[in-house]
Design a protein around this ligand. Structure first.
Ligand SMILES: [Zn+2]
Ligand SMILES: [Zn+2]
Length: 358
């Protein structure tokens, strides 16, 4: 069996570069030579033991990494019949639905009963090769960078969240959290018609980036030294918005303080979409029942990224969503552990780290 280099996770703080078998593909699978992989919060949480891995027994060994792009190594039988060839530039959707269960047959692929997720429940892309079903492999244009293709997955999640906002032209939208997905959301809510985009974070570096990528205003809710600092976020939103609260709030953050602030900055009839992962399984969102009722609000949640993948590549190719500035740090396959530690522990200014495999 041919071998490849991969970074294998065994248990928290135990992950190492090893020689392992190249994945054998089934008739409906494509083998991809990995070129770029994003380091996601999920990878960081797995490494530090903040969340249990989603393998059947909740344990390693598991190759992490789920935000990847690369080139087709072997298109497989079905892939070849659908026009995939060795050498095609592709991005991989890590969420493989079964297309057979009741949620799948209802089009709710994100709630599939038999979901297999590269790098989360089955082997992923911190490796020279990864396999995925044909339905999860997308050709990308030759002039699109592997880095951009690797960010298709978080961008797909951002798209799903914005889809649920039901934006209309002229609306004011507050985006809480300006990490990689938040910075994509800032651009997407603008593209979907928001006339005013207000970005909220606790870090001026990220807020400066949000302004650079199209936000009109920035609010720092914590750092009193910040030029964007405000003590009363609802009053500030009113001030920035002609005396009225916002039409929409989007939360690509799991910070409960922000989840509650979203209720304060939005008006009657507003829509709020929550989709950042809460930091703790015990976190609770408190909503005043009477106020929620009489303000006729839509309080929504967005999970994963069904039905949006097609659009993602148009956004990247057209420049409607720019991701170059979002990728702040790059590491090699040998330095995955270093990269993960850097993303969690380093005080350096950073947004997204990526693994680049030559
Ligand atoms: Zn991710
Ligand atoms: Zn299913």
């Amino acid at each position: 069996m041919a071998k490849m280099r991969a970074v294998v996770y065994y248990e928290p703080f135990n992950m190492k570069v090893e020689e392992v078998d190249i994945p054998a593909i089934g008739a409906n699978e494509i083998l991809v030579k990995v070129k770029a992989v994003g380091i996601c919060g999920t990878d960081v949480n797995y490494y530090y033991g903040n969340t249990a891995v989603m393998t059947e027994d909740g344990k390693g060994p598991l190759i992490l990494g789920h935000e990847s792009s690369g080139i087709v190594e072997d298109p497989g039988i079905l892939g070849a019949s659908m026009g995939f060839k060795k050498g095609d530039k592709v991005a991989v959707n890590p969420f493989a639905a079964c297309f057979c269960c009741v949620p799948c047959l209802n089009g709710e692929y994100n709630e599939c009963d038999n979901m297999r997720i590269n790098g989360v429940s089955v082997n992923g892309s911190f490796a020279e090769f990864v396999k995925a079903p044909v339905s999860n492999v997308y050709k990308i244009p030759d002039d699109m960078s592997f880095e951009a293709g690797g960010l298709a997955e978080p961008l797909a999640c951002a798209n799903n969240s914005v889809r649920k906002l039901h934006l209309q032209p002229g609306m004011t939208t507050v985006v809480f959290g300006c990490g990689a997905i938040g910075l994509m959301d800032v651009q997407l809510v603008r593209a979907c018609g928001s006339a005013k985009v207000i970005a909220v974070d606790v870090d001026d570096y990220k807020l400066d980036m949000a302004i650079k990528l199209g936000a009109d205003f920035a609010i720092n809710t914590v750092d009193k030294e910040s030029k964007y600092y405000t003590e009363n976020i609802a009053a500030k939103v009113r001030e920035l918005n002609g005396g009225r609260l916002a039409h929409r709030a989007l939360l690509p953050t799991g910070a409960m303080a922000a989840w509650h602030q979203a209720l304060e900055v939005t008006r009657a009839g507003s829509t709020i979409v929550y989709f950042g992962q809460p930091y703790s399984a015990d976190d609770v969102l408190h909503i005043n029942a009477l106020e929620a009722l009489t303000s006729d609000r839509n309080i929504c949640f967005a999970w994963l990224a069904p039905l949006v993948w097609d659009n993602v590549f148009n956004e990247l190719a057209s420049g409607q969503v720019k991701v170059e500035d979002i990728i702040t740090h790059k590491f090699s396959l040998d330095d995955v552990v270093e990269g993960i530690k850097f993303m969690r522990e380093s005080k350096e200014k950073k947004i997204k780290g990526m693994i680049i495999i030559d």
